[in-house]
Design a protein around this ligand. Structure first.
Ligand code: LLP
Length: 443
């Protein structure tokens, strides 16, 4: 994070706390999340879209996409900064509610929401539900009617734009599971408008994640406006929710567009399209997840073993094993994601050596950092810091090989506290029905 520096001993500090002190208190692996940086990204995003939309007399609501990383503290931080929160499962909804979130400031996504979860959402008075299919439309209408409520809904459409990102992260091309085809949108909205219990508030589209340029967003937004324009006769001017997906820098090779430029690019593109159709510029919503929390997170590991491996006649690589891996960061294995690493516990003057940071799991794809130059004297007991792990690392973590999940510690101005407790082996054993006295009792 922005707050990373070295102290007089050469040890990396995060928000003013030395890495060795954090590790002494909380162990390794350790997810560290800089609260002030999360808040700063939230504020900056809000301001960027407020400025971009104000130029056209409209407004933007920013939902933090909780799937990137969710805990009650994070919900409170981002809501405190003026964001709403987007949840995509009954579990995420439960976290947001446990944080004391105003349900009116929550949005609910998903391509297969259960009746039970829909009921819960309607019952608590959730702000909006994003409809993803005809079956869900009828399902939600039945729930709302049964509960005597009118539920605000958006319609998720598939704009047909294939975002330039990893295939698994693109969500608006034709051959994938999310949303209605753009060509169905008018019929879906007409059906909602005649259905008691449902109130249409706008269109939604999310083209994908970790996107660097504005072109995909602009193209998608223009296609949406064409449909949006046809819906204006029905009453209130619907909002346009254009999803999230703003890319961040994981390594120095990444060069994402600054959020101010993205915001202006997307909003101006919509405004141009609206002007050409002679319709007012609508209010907007966006749902960034990664760009709010990604760079505010760092994972600390301890180095265990080191192996020089001769890859070919002219290539040798150090395999540096740490005490975590694909269970705390599945992204390299899932998406070939690239990260960087540095020794956090000292400064070394040794020559840089091509290294691959790997985990402790029984898979050769268990890579944390594919390629990095670490000092050639990297040694067992050194602490490694892997930056930009705030998004989709804890969120995607697993217990593969019965490795307990690490705690998440929030740091702010020289103070650190656990915001998500780490697991113990006993936590994991407790789920095994064959362990301990309960197994004999049951038999
Ligand atoms: N809105 C919708 C409807 C989404 O599906 C997503 C992400 C977002 C917003 C937030 O996107 P973001 O701003 O965080 O890019 N596990 C993958 C990312 C999956 C994203 C899923 N949907 C990864 O680790 O890269």
């Amino acid at each position: 994070p922005a707050s990373a520096e070295r102290d007089e001993r050469g040890i990396l500090t995060l928000a003013g706390i030395a890495a060795d002190e954090l590790v002494e208190r909380f162990g390794t692996p350790l997810y560290v999340l800089d609260e002030d940086e999360v808040r700063a990204h939230a504020r900056r995003t809000l301001a960027a879209f407020a400025d971009a939309t104000a130029a056209h007399g409209s407004r933007a609501r920013i939902y933090y996409a909780g799937k990137a990383f969710l805990s009650t503290d994070v919900v409170r931080w981002v809501m405190d900064e003026g964001l709403a929160v987007d949840v995509c499962s009954g579990g995420e909804l439960a976290v947001a509610l446990a944080a004391g979130a105003d349900p009116a400031r929550l949005g609910y996504h998903g391509n297969n929401k259960s009746v039970r979860d829909l009921e819960r959402a309607v019952q608590v008075g959730i702000g909006s539900i994003v409809l993803d299919s005809w079956i869900e439309l009828e399902r939600l209408a039945a729930v709302a009617q049964r509960l005597g409520r009118e539920q605000s809904v958006l319609v998720r459409v598939n704009s047909g734009v294939h975002a330039e990102t990893h295939d698994f992260l693109a969500t608006a091309h034709e051959d994938q599971k999310f949303g209605f085809p753009l060509t169905d949108a008018a019929a879906v909205v007409a059906r909602i408008r005649e259905t008691p219990g449902l109130a249409f508030v706008g269109l939604h589209c999310h083209i994908g994640s970790q996107i660097f340029g504005t072109a995909g967003f602009e193209e998608s937004a223009s296609r949406l406006v064409a449909v949006h324009a046809a819906l204006l006769e029905g009453g209130e001017v619907p909002v346009l929710n254009l999803g999230g997906g703003f890319g961040i820098a994981y390594t120095s090779a990444d060069d994402p567009t600054p959020i101010e430029q993205l915001a202006a690019g997307i909003v101006d593109a919509v405004a141009r399209e609206c002007a050409s159709r002679g319709i007012p510029v609508p209010d907007f919503a966006f749902e960034p997840g990664r760009s709010i929390v990604g760079q505010a997170g760092v994972t600390l590991y301890e180095v265990g073993t080191i192996k020089p491996v001769r890859v070919s006649d002219d290539l040798e690589r150090l395999y540096v094993s740490v005490d975590g891996g694909m269970s705390d960061n599945a992204r390299p294995a899932l998406y070939g994601a690239q990260y960087s690493a540095r020794v956090a516990s000292r400064v070394s003057t040794a020559e840089p050596a091509l290294s691959r940071v790997v985990g402790l799991h029984c898979e050769s794809g268990d890579i944390v950092v594919d390629a990095e130059y670490l000092p050639a004297d990297v040694a067992p007991g050194d602490l490694l810091a892997v930056p930009a792990t705030g998004a989709y690392c804890a969120a995607l973590s697993s217990n593969y090989n019965f490795v307990p999940r690490p705690p998440v510690v929030a740091v702010s101005q020289g103070r650190a506290r656990v915001i998500v407790r780490g697991e113990t082996i006993d936590d994991l054993l407790a789920r095994d029905a064959g362990v301990g006295p309960s197994s004999t009792e049951e038999n």
